[in-house]
Design a protein around this ligand. Structure first.
Ligand SMILES: Cc1cc2nc3c(=O)[nH]c(=O)nc-3n(C[C@H](O)[C@H](O)[C@H](O)COP(=O)(O)O)c2cc1C
Length: 117
């Protein structure tokens, strides 16, 4: 399964590096397109929002997004921890595989490797 991700400060990118996914696509402006099913990994922005470029990508590629995983920061944003996951689920009907703190842990890696293979 193809992997698409967004990372601004490197946490999600660090996780992606552990997944051994070939041809992972990084979202930059949101105008990227995929023509096959994919797993999306994103961080949470603002006060618990989907990063705007990611939201553009989701709108344009919704039919090819099989599921998503969402990063947040539990210590700095406890009240909106990983709220982007709720928005992806509620507003776009996307299945959430997992939410995780910063770059995640071994369990995060396992969940995502299973979903990708
Ligand atoms: C401006 C800003 C707003 C953020 N807002 C939230 C938030 O509301 N909830 C949350 O869980 N994390 C929030 N975060 C934390 C990031 O989602 C978290 O650090 C994530 O791991 C960043 O991934 P990246 O390093 O791949 O960009 C925010 C970070 C920044 C810089």
């Amino acid at each position: 399964m193809k992997l698409v991700y967004a990372s601004r400060t490197g946490n999600v990118e660090k996780l992606v590096g552990k997944l051994g996914a070939e041809n992972a696509l990084k979202i930059s402006n949101g105008n990227e397109t995929v023509s096959e099913p994919c797993i999306l990994i994103t961080y949470t922005d603002g006060v618990g929002i989907i990063p705007p470029a990611v939201e553009t990508f989701v709108k344009n590629n919704k039919d090819n997004i099989t599921a998503a995983a969402v990063s947040g920061n539990k210590e700095r944003h406890p009240d909106t921890f990983c709220f982007a996951a709720d928005k992806l689920k509620d507003n776009y009907g996307i299945t959430i595989l997992t939410t995780f703190n910063k770059e995640g842990d071994d369990e995060t890696v396992t969940i995502l490797k299973n979903a990708l293979n």
